[in-house]
Design a protein around this ligand. Structure first.
Ligand SMILES: O=C(O)C1=C[C@@H](OP(=O)(O)O)[C@@H](O)[C@H](O)C1
Ligand SMILES: C=C(OP(=O)(O)O)C(=O)O
Length: 426
C-alpha cells in the first residue's frame, strides 16, 4: 500500500461493527434457545472464523450483508464437528470458544495460524483445568488445543486473574455456564466487559462488586436481538488521524462507548486533543454514540497501569499520536503487547524509528519524545492489522510517499480501512 501524505481528513463516516461484541454475539447466540438476529455485525477474517466454528458444530447461521441470523441450539445442542476448528489469527475466537467447548460431551481440537500458534494459552488452560476441564496445549501452553469431555458439570472456581485479560475472564464465564455453582473472578484492573453485559442481556445473572465478578450457571438462555455498535478500536485510527493532521475534522457515527473501552478517548483528551461525544444512548446493554475529533496540538503524558486494559489494542496508534506530540509520553506495564498478533512494542519501535521518531523500547513499554515531523519510509506491518493501520496513519502525516507491506492484514478487523481513509482525504 502506498500512502501519500499529507492531506487533511474531513467528513462523517461509520466504522464497522465491534469485533469483540460480534464474536460474542455469534457464540452466545449459538448456545441460546431460539433465533438471534445480529445487525451491523463485523464480517472480517477473525469473526468469520468464529461463525465457521459454530457452523461446523451444527449451528445454522445465515449471513446477509452485515446481518446474521442464528438458530440457537441451546447450551447442550452443539454437535461434534468431526474435524478441527480453525481459529485463524484470532485469540478471542480460540480463548472464548474453549470456554464453551470444555462443557461439551465430544472431543475437539482448535488450531490457529503461525501467529496464533505462538500466543500463550496456558492463561486459559490453568483456570479451565481447575474447573475440571480436560484441555491440553503444546508444551502445556500453545495451540493446537485438544479438549476432551470431562466430568459434568464442571466445578465452579474462585480465581484471581494473573493478567488483565478480557479473553481469560470471558473463557471462565462461558465455562461457568456448564458448572455446578457460583464462580468468583477477581479482576484488579478493568478489562472489556462485553461478555458480562451480553450474558446478562440474554438472561444470566452476573454481578460486579468492586474487583469481584460473580456468576452462577443458568439453565437456559433465550435468544435476543443485538445491534453491534461501531468498533472504537477501529475508530481510534481515525480519531488520532483527525487529531494530528492539521485542518482535520471527522465525525464517526454510532461507535461503542462502553466505559471499559473508552481509554483512548480519555488519553487523547488528556494529551490536549479535541474530542466531543454526542448522541449517547444505550442499546442492548452497551453504550453507543457519535465521536467528533478535530485537529489539536498534543502534549505527551504518562499512561497509568490501571487504564491499560481499557485501551490495550490502541497502544500502537497512541504511540503514533505521541510521536507527534510535544514532550514525552511514557507507557509502562504493558508487557501484554508482546503476546498479541506480533510483539507490538518491538514492531512500533522498529518502524517509528524508521520514520525518524524518538522512541525507546522498554521491557514492558515505550518512551516517546514527540517531534513536529516524521519522514516517509518503507514500513513493515509484521502481518498485524493494528500495526498496519497505526503506521498508515503515521505515514499520512508525513510529506511524501510511504509504503506499508502486507497491508491486507487489515482484513482481520477492519476490511474497508483504506477506502474510508481515502474517502476522508481533502
Ligand atoms: O476479549 C476480547 O474481545 C479482546 C480482548 C483483548 O485481549 P486480551 O484479553 O488478551 O487482553 C484484546 O486485545 C482483543 O483484541 C480482544
Ligand atoms: C489482539 C487482538 O485480537 P485477538 O486477541 O482476538 O487476536 C486485536 O484485535 O488487536
Amino acid at each position: 500500500m502506498i500512502i501519500k501524505g499529507k492531506k487533511r481528513l474531513c467528513g462523517q463516516i461509520r466504522v464497522p461493527g465491534d469485533k469483540s461484541i460480534s464474536h460474542r454475539g455469534v457464540m452466545i447466540g449459538s448456545i441460546a434457545e431460539g433465533e438471534t438476529i445480529i445487525e451491523n455485525i463485523l464480517l472480517s477474517e477473525d469473526t468469520i472464523r468464529t461463525i465457521e466454528c459454530f457452523r461446523q458444530m451444527g449451528v445454522n447461521i445465515d449471513i446477509e450483508d452485515c446481518r446474521v441470523k442464528i438458530k440457537g441450539v441451546g447450551l447442550n445442542g452443539l454437535k461434534d464437528p468431526n474435524k478441527v476448528l480453525d481459529c485463524g489469527n484470532s485469540g478471542t475466537a480460540m480463548r472464548l470458544i474453549s470456554g464453551i467447548l470444555v462443557g461439551q460431551q465430544f472431543p475437539t481440537t482448535l488450531i490457529g495460524d503461525d501467529s496464533l500458534n505462538k500466543r500463550p494459552m496456558d492463561r486459559i488452560i490453568v483456570p479451565l483445568s481447575k474447573m475440571g476441564a480436560n484441555i491440553k496445549g503444546v508444551d502445556y501452553k500453545y495451540p493446537p488445543l485438544k479438549i476432551l469431555p470431562s466430568k459434568t458439570p464442571l466445578e465452579s472456581i474462585d480465581y484471581e486473574l494473573p493478567v488483565a485479560s478480557a479473553q481469560v475472564k470471558s473463557s471462565i464465564l462461558l465455562a461457568c455456564l456448564y458448572s455446578n455453582g457460583k464462580t468468583r473472578i477477581i479482576e484488579k484492573n478493568p478489562t472489556r466487559d462485553h461478555t458480562e453485559r451480553m450474558l446478562n442481556y440474554f438472561g444470566a445473572h452476573i454481578i460486579k462488586e468492586k474487583d469481584y465478578i460473580y456468576m452462577e450457571p443458568k439453565g437456559k438462555f433465550i435468544a435476543k436481538n443485538i445491534y453491534v455498535p461501531g468498533d472504537i478500536s477501529s475508530a481510534a485510527f481515525l480519531i488520532v488521524a483527525a487529531t494530528i493532521i492539521e485542518g482535520s475534522s471527522v465525525i464517526i457515527k454510532d461507535v461503542g462507548l462502553n466505559p471499559t473501552r473508552t481509554g483512548i478517548i480519555n488519553v487523547i483528551n488528556d494529551m490536549g486533543g479535541s474530542i466531543k461525544i454526542e448522541n449517547v444512548r444505550i442499546l442492548n446493554n452497551e453504550t453507543i454514540g457519535d465521536i467528533h475529533a478535530s485537529y489539536s496540538p498534543l502534549k505527551g503524558i504518562e499512561i497509568q497501569e490501571e487504564i491499560l486494559g481499557t485501551l490495550i489494542d490502541e497502544i500502537p496508534i497512541i504511540a503514533v499520536a505521541a510521536a507527534f506530540a510535544k514532550g514525552k509520553t511514557i507507557i509502562k506495564n504493558a508487557e501484554e503487547l508482546k503476546y498479541k498478533e506480533t510483539n507490538r512494542i518491538k514492531a512500533m519501535v522498529n518502524e517509528l524509528k524508521n520514520m525518524d521518531a524518538n522512541i525507546i523500547e522498554l521491557p514492558d513499554g515505550l518512551i516517546i519524545e514527540g517531534k513536529e515531523k516524521l519522514k516517509p519510509a518503507t514500513l513493515k506491518s509484521y502481518n498485524d492489522h493494528r500495526i498496519a493501520m497505526a503506521l498508515s496513519i503515521a505515514a499520512f502525516n508525513t510529506e511524501g510517499e510511504s509504503i506499508i507491506d502486507n497491508h491486507e492484514c487489515v482484513n482481520i478487523s477492519y476490511p474497508n480501512f483504506y477506502e474510508t481513509l481515502f474517502q476522508l482525504e481533502h
